[in-house]
Design a protein around this ligand. Sequence first.
Ligand SMILES: *Cc1c(COP(=O)(O)O)cnc(C)c1O
Length: 346
Amino acid sequence: MNPSIRIDLVSDTATKPCTAMRQAMANAEVGDEQRGEDPTVNALNERVASLLGQERALFLPSGTMCNQIALAVHCRPGDEIIAASSAHIVGSEGAGAAVLAHSVIRTIASPDGIFTAEQLRSTLRPHRVKAPRQRVVAVEQTSNRGGGSVWPADVLQALIDEARGAGLLLHMDGARLMNAVVASGVDASLQAAPFDSVWLDLSKGLGCPVGGVLAGSADFIAEADVWKHRLGGAMRQAGILAAAGLYALDHNVARLAEDHANARRFAALLGEIPGVSLLNPNPHTNLVFFDVSASGHSAQAVGRHLLEDGVRIGIESSHVMRAVFHLDVDARQTTLAATSLRSALA
Ligand SMILES: *Cc1c(COP(=O)(O)O)cnc(C)c1O
């Protein structure tokens, strides 16, 4: 964090490893991860596989690599992936699906990033030799640019049934799956087990410096491991990083509820500021999106004004901003950030 930033709401990736996490990292038993000899990486993989109700899991350097490897394993050149138009794989991964999986993404428009079995059905086409082969349905739980929205269990189940009926594979971008688990009370394995691939980000609200863990069947993970090596994602004494993940799963999951409470607190305070219009007035989890156009200021101008006050809020477009709540922002700072926003707009 830039030292002049006191309250950083730009992303939950702003979280820094706490002293106890660093201690766990320093004490980690390590070995050569590439040879399968790092006991801490192996322990993290087993822990996440069981958490997600999957056979095996694979520690990777980032969530983006989890998505890209999963799509590359699932797809053949010319395949089609179906996802919400706001999905991270659509707009935030350097067109990796095109470059690595040689596939196209068919998008479904959805303001909250959630789409139904009926919407999926309307994108399905009969098999035709000239059409791309429809291969994977990708779900983002929670939906980041859908406002941190949580896919309800019944919507998810109907979508899974529809996809299976159509012979499609299912991928879950679970960057913030644990936020969804804490917000909904629906167990991670119940949500994740029906998917052919699913992953968790350790470097977002869970507070680790690095990493994501991709899970699936033993066959899927064997293929994913080939891609991990191919892309240069295989590491050495990565147990130092995996130890942070194990620490986070022990200590930083239940507390995500505090981030959700702060997001709701912030949204309520913003609701009272003239010129601010909330895009997700009832945040399900830790993200708050709002539009400042009615204030007559651009998001960039508001962002600059906030920075002078030591507050950083993400700029999504010329008029939309995103505030993300995480373990390095408490209730008092949440209130201070709303006060700064009020004065930036005055
Ligand atoms: C952050 C994010 C990713 C990518 O994860 P990185 O660890 O930053 O590579 C993928 N999907 C979603 C929904 C995200 O929010």
